[in-house]
Design a protein around this ligand. Structure first.
Ligand SMILES: NC(=O)c1ccc[n+]([C@@H]2O[C@H](COP(=O)([O-])OP(=O)(O)OC[C@H]3O[C@@H](n4cnc5c(N)ncnc54)[C@H](OP(=O)(O)O)[C@@H]3O)[C@@H](O)[C@H]2O)c1
Length: 269
C-alpha cells in the first residue's frame, strides 16, 4: 500500500557543519604569494592552524603574518622559509606542520615557476628547472605530507595547484604547461594510490588568469585584455576565487578526490 502524502516522513536534517577546518593543521607551501595569501587568509578566518611556507620574500611573509595575527589573534600563522626543491626543506616544512595541534591534516601547494623560456630557445637546464619547480618538488612534498598523515592515521587532504594551461592548449606554453600537466596527472594517480577508507584525498586546482601573483604584470601590460573585451570571461580572476575552491576541497569528509578543478571564469571553454 502506498503511503499517503500526510503519512510520508521527510528528513531535511542535513549535515552542514560550519568551521570544520578549525584547529586543523594545514601546511600551505607558497602561501605568501599572490594566490596563496588569499587561501591562507580564508583558512585563518576558519580557525585552521597554519604553517605557511615561502622561499625568499621574507618581508612579504612577515607582513602577511602580522596582518592575520592582528585580525585573528595569536599564532594564526607560523612561517617556514626555504626552497622546497631541497629535500631537507620539504622535511622541515612537514615536520613543523606535523608538530601542530593533532598532526598534519592537509597540504596545499602553491609553489610554481612561470618558466617563461620559450621551447625553441630552451636548453636542458631550462626544461629541468621547470620540471623541478612545477612537478618534482610539489609531488615530493605531497609524498612527505601523505607519509606524515598516514603515520598519525589522519584521513587528510592534499591540493596541488596547476594551471589552466595544463588542461587546455595555449601556444608557446610548453615549458610551463608540460610539467603542470604532469602534476595534474600525478595527482590523480596519487588519489588512487592513497585513497579509500581512512585514506588521503588528492585534488588539483587549475587557475586561469588572476589579477595577482605571476599573472599580474601580464594583465597590467594589457596582454590579456581581449579575454574581457571579447566577453570570453566576465572579469579577470581574483585570488579569492581560487581560495574558495581550495577550502571546499579541504573540508573533512569531502567526497571529491582525483579531480582537476579549473577556476578560469570559462576561459578554456
Ligand atoms: N597568478 C595566476 O594567475 C596563476 C594562474 C595559473 C596558475 N598559477 C599557479 O598558481 C601558483 C601560485 O601562483 P602565484 O601567482 O601566487 O605566484 P607568486 O605570487 O609568485 O607566489 C609563489 C609563492 O610560492 C613560493 N615559492 C615559489 N617557489 C618556491 C620554492 N621552490 N620553494 C618554496 N617556495 C616557493 C613563493 O615564495 P617567495 O615569493 O618568497 O619566493 C611564493 O610564496 C603557481 O603554482 C602558479 O603556477 C597562477
Amino acid at each position: 500500500m502506498t503511503e499517503s502524502r500526510e503519512q510520508q516522513s521527510f528528513d531535511f536534517d542535513f549535515d552542514f557543519d560550519e568551521r570544520r577546518l578549525a584547529g586543523r593543521a594545514i601546511l600551505v607551501a607558497g602561501g605568501t604569494g599572490g594566490l596563496g595569501s588569499a587561501t591562507v587568509s580564508l583558512l585563518a578566518q576558519e580557525g585552521a592552524s597554519l604553517v605557511v611556507g615561502y622561499r625568499s620574500h621574507q618581508e612579504r611573509a612577515e607582513a602577511l603574518q602580522r596582518f592575520l595575527t592582528d585580525r585573528y589573534g595569536k599564532n594564526s600563522v607560523n612561517l617556514v622559509q626555504g626552497d622546497i626543491t631541497a629535500p631537507q626543506v620539504r622535511s622541515d616544512y612537514v615536520a613543523t606542520a606535523d608538530a601542530l595541534s593533532n598532526g598534519l591534516y592537509a597540504l596545499v601547494c602553491f609553489t610554481g615557476d612561470p618558466a617563461r623560456v620559450k621551447f625553441a630557445e630552451a636548453c636542458d637546464s631550462d626544461l629541468e628547472a621547470s620540471l623541478r619547480e612545477n612537478y618534482t618538488a610539489p609531488i615530493l612534498l605531497a609524498r612527505e605530507s601523505a607519509a606524515a598523515m598516514s603515520r598519525q592515521e589522519i584521513s587528510g587532504a592534499i591540493v596541488l595547484v596547476s594551471s589552466m594551461q595544463a588542461v587546455s592548449v595555449f601556444k608557446s606554453s610548453l615549458n610551463y604547461a608540460g610539467p603542470k600537466a604532469a602534476l595534474a596527472h600525478a595527482a590523480r594517480i596519487l588519489a588512487k594510490d592513497w585513497g579509500g577508507p581512512g585514506g588521503i584525498r588528492v585534488n588539483v586546482v587549475a587557475p586561469g588568469v588572476n589579477r595577482a601573483g605571476m599573472a599580474l604584470a601580464s594583465i597590467e601590460s594589457g596582454k590579456y585584455n581581449h579575454f574581457v573585451e571579447k566577453k570570453i570571461i566576465p572579469r579577470f580572476g581574483r585570488p579569492e576565487d581560487v581560495a574558495r575552491v581550495v577550502r571546499l576541497l579541504l573540508e573533512p569528509d569531502n567526497y571529491v578526490t582525483g579531480q582537476v578543478i579549473t577556476v578560469d571564469g570559462g576561459l578554456t571553454l
